[in-house]
Design a binder for this molecule. Structure first.
Ligand SMILES: Nc1ncnc2c1ncn2[C@@H]1O[C@H](COP(=O)(O)OP(=O)(O)OP(=O)(O)O)[C@@H](O)[C@H]1O
Ligand SMILES: Nc1ncnc2c1ncn2[C@@H]1O[C@H](COP(=O)(O)OP(=O)(O)OP(=O)(O)O)[C@@H](O)[C@H]1O
Ligand SMILES: [Mg+2]
Ligand SMILES: [Mg+2]
Lengths: 465, 465
């Protein structure tokens, strides 16, 4: 009467693909393209390579109304994927290389697989992945996902000679989509990606044969973020237990100093004293209750320096300004980069641009351009912390902004861990520290706007007289 | 340099617990309570038992500010869990009994495990589950979750004699929470649960020793929904492949008629003809391309009757009306139950109550009370399809509703599959069919309101003369 089942992660996201953002043909087409482009950008940046990405979407057949079967091809010049990892990377959910303490666009280990899964269930066609890590071989895989087992099913594996010393990844798969109703969002995605990634060259050939070309604005690749140790704040008993279990340190004192960032001998001694744990105790000998005591002592201690921001990679004020000017041609623009902050032990940084006038059309609602880890967020605006800050925590009339105004706000939040509200990465949760930083940055820009609007006002009065 | 990892589903939700709704101590406390209560309500309804649920939250120690360690106990009189399933049911993500084609509150197979996981990582204490399915034994388990393996770690398993023939489940675990900032939502959750579940008796003892008692309004348990076969509309190649692989039918004709609801011999023959598949072909012999052709033929056919609604369990107009009157004491109330409809092959039904005046305070924003499968949704209002329909698709001035008005709208959507936007079950996605049904229901109630407001207006004019 009651039938218990265990389902694989692939099966879970197959049954609940709304939750991953694959809710209808037009949104699924958008999601598939963005998951591929974000993987390609990550792959180039890891190798400090100026990204060159080509996306080609071709209509294969019409299904019903605006819904069609498409072939999606994405080629990049990133660091490639080695043969031993290709099948799982693209056909296993929760398999990836971006689980470390460093800023990437990817974070869950499921985006590429989700796109392939969606393509597979709507067309029953396998996907093709061709990649080289720059060696003398190029590997070609044709595969599908065994959804119930969350495993790859390899139909073909060819090993080819790498004649031209190519390095990169080329992907091709088929999927049901709706370009007519998705086009605006897809083009916006490319346009905004170009703003946040001025070192990237992106080419998009759409089903109507039109070429959209976003040439790179600079050859200078941003300094890649560096993997950090975890910060003690926000470490819970699970993470602490794992660190203790895998540590090579022989004493609790050296464990504390070497397992965390921002923990020197002095703070280590104080925390261990608070926890009642001897500094020379072997980490492997720590008992269950001592782990709890140690985590609680860290919570009480509260004197750790803020996290090291070298695991973050912001856009930068100058590049952000250039990008916004190119896109909006505003009369007024003020860009703010806040100093690094942190939430739950993760460093993060907020960058904001406030643009007014010029090509921005006047409106009763403030136009928001949101970014997280250099990814444009184009859906779920009302669920995002930025919407809350701009529309509920700031009274724009106090900055002389009229009810109908040509006002646009561009926000970028970057961190080794963005608190996304959903697997589809469309909205950022309103963590208090992030909300506070956004508020500070937007208020600073708003004060500059107020000065500008006052000057305009005075000039207009003077002209009238 | 590039390090690949595979992580378990428990590890994924441990690292990304924001995505499951466990984002801060007050929300996590709320989530833990609701996951337990929803499991208890499901367990009673499956057995057609009037639910009696006792929830006790006790403060164990203060951590910092309003954050405390609590002990949460939940006891119900449901059908219990058998011993062989208890460990995995509560300590394995994606393990559950609610994956069938029938309306339950639970759907993902992870809620109970998430609550235990959160408790475990914030307190390092194991959880206790005591249950009996009504036999002569009561089983007691003390367990924790091995997060990296997504498996139970059983610390203790006692088998006791069931002296009183008890049937039900009793759960106890510890967790970090913030009752001060979560109390309002928790009390609302119980109040609203009582409205959607008038046959349930719920008792809540809070950390301040206060008893909140919601006695049952009726002993009559709603007819439990019945498991259905899948409807052909919305079946993709993956589901079709699984049905073919597990079918005991010997011909494609009997496969079509017996694997789906609403498929008789006539439609089966027409669909198979469209797909170019002989009716007497053995389902196990269907080739890859024939599966695709069959799925496409179903898409083209379009003449299937709407899904059978016996897998749905609505609240009912009378009970909904009683519940709304008790809570809001409105002057005007109009309740609408729409006929069954469907999206992507899943039947669903919309029930709406529109209340005006009485104890409802006047406001510029319309107060929304949202329910899905009899669960109150208290977060993420702006991301919900109901918010979109009420605030963006209806012009209330055409129904004589003033800018500031004492107006509340209660909505219930029920289905074997609710298209939740998030794992935390707080907002429903705007599937076009659901949006259309909500619009129809709310407009009908709004027209009744307009009549009422016109009468009031005429009466007021008459009195003035
Ligand atoms: N174009 C590519 N070039 C190099 N490696 C890639 C590429 N695409 C995917 N990968 C590898 O495959 C892994 C899995 O990709 P996938 O998109 O499923 O997850 P992710 O990017 O790690 O996280 P997310 O789910 O957030 O996107 C990546 O971590 C990366 O190592
Ligand atoms: N109080 C209870 N009484 C009887 N069975 C229960 C109870 N609580 C949990 N279970 C069983 O444990 C399983 C897992 O519960 P869990 O909450 O993790 O998942 P779910 O309820 O199936 O789905 P969801 O994640 O949407 O809540 C349930 O499917 C149910 O069979
Ligand atoms: Mg990715
Ligand atoms: Mg549940």
């Amino acid at each position: 009467k009651v039938k218990f089942e265990k389902i694989s992660p692939a099966d879970f996201f197959y049954r609940n693909r709304d939750i991953a953002g694959f809710s209808n043909p037009s949104r699924s087409l958008y999601m598939s393209i963005r998951e591929m482009v974000e993987n390609s950008l990550d792959a180039a940046e890891i190798g400090k390579i100026p990204p060159s990405i080509i996306v080609e979407l071709r209509e294969i057949e019409r299904v019903k109304g605006d819904v069609c079967i498409y072939r999606l091809k994405v080629e990049d010049n990133g660091i490639g994927v080695s043969a031993e990892h290709i099948p799982k990377a693209f056909a296993t959910v929760f398999y990836g290389s971006k689980y470390g303490y460093k800023q990437y666009r990817g974070t869950f280990g499921l985006g590429g697989t989700m796109a392939f899964l969606y393509g597979q269930i709507t067309t029953n066609k396998p996907a093709t992945v061709i990649s080289s890590t720059g060696g003398d071989k190029v590997h070609k895989f044709v595969l599908m996902i065994d959804i119930m087992k969350n495993e790859p099913r390899i139909f073909e594996h060819k090993v080819l000679k790498n004649e031209n010393g190519w390095k990169g990844t080329s992907i091709e798969f088929y999927l049901e989509g709706d370009y007519t109703n998705s086009k605006a969002k897809i083009i916006d995605y490319f346009k905004h990606t170009a703003i946040a990634n001025p070192h990237a060259s992106i080419m998009f050939i759409d089903p109507r044969g039109r070429l959209y070309y976003y040439p790179r604005a600079t050859k200078k690749v941003p300094e890649p973020p560096v993997e950090s140790l975890p910060h003690p704040v926000g470490v819970d008993v699970e993470t602490m237990s794992r660190l203790l279990a895998t540590s090579k340190e022989r004493t609790m004192l050296s464990f504390m100093v070497n397992s965390f960032q921002r923990v020197g001998e002095k703070s280590a001694k104080e925390v261990l004293k608070l926890a009642g744990i001897p500094g020379n105790k072997n980490p492997k000998k720590l008992k269950h209750d001592e782990v709890t005591a140690l985590v609680n002592a860290i919570k009480k201690y509260g004197k750790f320096r803020a996290p090291d921001p070298s695991s973050i990679s912001p856009i930068g004020e100058d590049l952000l300004e250039v990008g916004i000017r190119n896109m909006l041609n505003p009369e007024f623009l003020h860009v703010v980069q806040r100093p690094p902050s942190s939430y739950s032990g993760f460093p993060f940084m907020v960058e904001v641009g406030l643009a007014y006038g010029g090509d921005i059309p006047p409106s009763e609602t403030i136009k928001l351009y949101r970014f997280a880890n250099k990814i444009p967020l184009l859906y779920d605006e009302r669920a995002d912390v930025v919407w809350k800050v701009v529309n509920e925590r700031i009274d724009w009339s106090t900055y002389k902004v009229p009810r109908t105004a040509p006002l646009a706000i561009i926000t970028h939040i970057c961190s080794p861990k963005i608190p996304y509200k959903t697997v589809g990465k469309e909205a950022v949760a309103d963590r208090p520290e992030i909300e506070r930083e956004l508020l500070a940055a937007i208020r600073e820009a708003a004060r500059a706007l107020k000065l500008y609007l006052s000057k305009i006002e005075k000039r207009t009065m003077a002209v009238k007289r």
